[in-house]
Design a protein around this ligand. Structure first.
Ligand SMILES: *[C@@H]1O[C@H](CO)[C@@H](O)[C@H](O)[C@H]1NC(C)=O
Length: 227
């Protein structure tokens, strides 16, 4: 009896872990796990001060050996994650322009948030994605300088955020070669650096006891303005 309970709960825990597997630019994908820095496992990052918070475990290793995929400013990006029942937001950040995305570790200053979805109309981003096979679509800023960029997708799972270090960051970085007519984006943040273990959107002592998800906004500051 005990053994089967344990097996079931382990299976549930494993199936809730997740990776980014594929993306589409205006509905066209370069292929399964192409253009993505692949993580060694589907486990979360929990140390927000580690370089792993940038592009998942080992994601700062360059050259990355990953193909860089063309896109244009303003294009629609769809990310395809393993669906997860863990409540939380999804955010996207760009880093660049750089000469060669495959040679950019992404560690340090220069990231800016381009999209954020928190708790809208009674549903966390992960629920909306679960209902959509793990997919989520957003647009790149319309004003960007041409060049290579890292595109970072972050799903933050808050089901264990009642303890410091309990929040689970699932991260996937894509490499894009963006054509744009120019623009400066601000504010920018550093990764690691911008996140602290006790930030109020990462450590939520009352997450099961009075927390109001409608007041929540994801780490990394406001969505940047690009002009
Ligand atoms: C995710 O979106 C892409 C692009 O629109 C689509 O081709 C794919 O079938 C979608 N996947 C799921 C599981 O809905």
């Amino acid at each position: 009896m005990h053994k089967s309970t344990l097996v079931v709960s382990l299976a549930a825990a494993v199936s809730a872990h997740q990776n980014l597997h594929q993306f589409w630019v205006n509905g066209v994908s370069p292929g399964y796990e192409i253009g993505i820095r692949r993580a060694p496992s589907n486990s979360p990052v929990t140390d927000v001060k580690s370089n792993d918070i940038v592009c998942n475990v080992g994601g700062d290793k360059v050259p990355s050996g990953v193909e860089t995929i063309p896109a244009r400013a303003g294009d629609k990006i769809t990310v395809g994650w393993d669906p997860s029942g863990h409540p939380g937001p999804i955010t996207h950040f760009l880093y660049g322009p750089v000469d060669d995305a495959a040679k950019a570790s992404g560690v340090g200053a220069g990231w800016f948030k381009v999209d954020e979805r928190d708790y809208v109309d009674g549903h966390w981003a992960n629920e909306v994605m679960q209902n959509n096979g793990g997919n989520y679509t957003f647009s790149l800023p319309a004003s960007l300088k041409s060049g290579d960029y890292l595109l970072r997708s972050e799903m933050l799972a808050l089901h264990a955020a009642q303890t410091v270090g309990g929040a689970q960051f699932y991260i996937g970085c894509m490499q894009l070669k963006i054509t744009g007519s120019g623009g400066n984006c601000s504010p920018t943040i550093s990764l690691p650096g911008a996140y602290n273990a006790e930030d109020k959107n990462i450590y939520i002592p009352d997450v099961y006891n009075g927390f109001d998800p409608t007041t929540y906004s994801a780490p990394g500051g406001p969505v940047a303005s690009c002009k």
